[in-house]
Design a protein around this ligand. Structure first.
Ligand SMILES: O=C(O)C(=O)C[C@H](O)[C@H](O)COP(=O)(O)O
Length: 205
């Protein structure tokens, strides 16, 4: 799969933090039930790799990737656990090398024109724009359309259901990322229907 195909799988890429590994499969099933076919499981908790493995095994219909990839070792470990794509908040060269070596779609993060140009120079044309809201929001990406016409972004960071449409209206945005589909309060309560309902709203975009 090419990165552009990953970005076009849906208009929203859920960013999920799993604290208890037993929550991983029900969260993935709830997102799928709501019509969302991808999820980015962040490597921010000790159970994250186990959670990726469980989702990859038990819910193969959803495409699970790893987010918050900040070290080369994490890129390798995540793919071994079953991650089918890799997302990073940043794009330091050694990390991007390690992510590309895994031969899965990768979305390194950029927040400036120079960072975006550095990725373009490596032949990467699909990027995460992070942190989207505080790095200039949709206006920033609109300003990049002229000088960087070949790039397509998945903005993430501070996006809400109310602001998502400003980004999705741009020709250089394929999807938006965000954690609002899987709020910790709903996960803690085991409110899988609530998560499915949030996913269903976003799946209509
Ligand atoms: O963990 C990563 O890889 C990141 O780059 C950060 C996340 O994508 C954002 O923290 C999600 O942002 P919110 O939707 O505002 O919660």
């Amino acid at each position: 799969m090419q990165p552009i195909q990953l970005l076009r799988l849906g208009r929203v890429l859920p960013v999920v933090v799993i604290e208890r590994v037993d929550d991983a499969v029900p969260v993935a099933k709830a997102l799928l039930a709501g019509g969302v076919s991808t999820l980015e499981l962040t490597l921010r908790t000790p159970v994250a790799l186990d959670a990726i493995e469980r989702v990859a095994t038990a819910v193969p219909e959803i495409l699970v990737g790893a987010g918050t990839v900040v070290s080369p070792a994490q890129a390798r470990d995540a793919v071994r656990a079953g991650a089918r794509f890799l997302v990073s908040p940043g794009s330091p060269p050694a990390l991007v090398d390690a992510m590309l070596a895994e031969r899965v779609p990768v979305l390194p993060g950029v927040a400036t024109v120079t960072e975006a140009m550095a990725m373009m120079a490596r032949g990467l044309t699909e990027l995460k724009f992070f942190p989207a809201q505080t790095s200039g929001g949709a206006a920033q990406l609109r300003a990049w359309q002229g000088p960087l016409p070949r790039l397509t972004f998945c903005p993430t960071g501070g996006i809400t259901p109310d602001t998502a449409h400003e980004f999705l209206a741009l020709s250089n945005v394929a999807c938006v990322g965000g954690s609002w589909l899987t709020p910790p309060a709903l996960i803690d309560k085991g409110d899988w229907q609530g998560i499915a309902a949030l996913a269903a709203k976003a799946a209509e975009w």
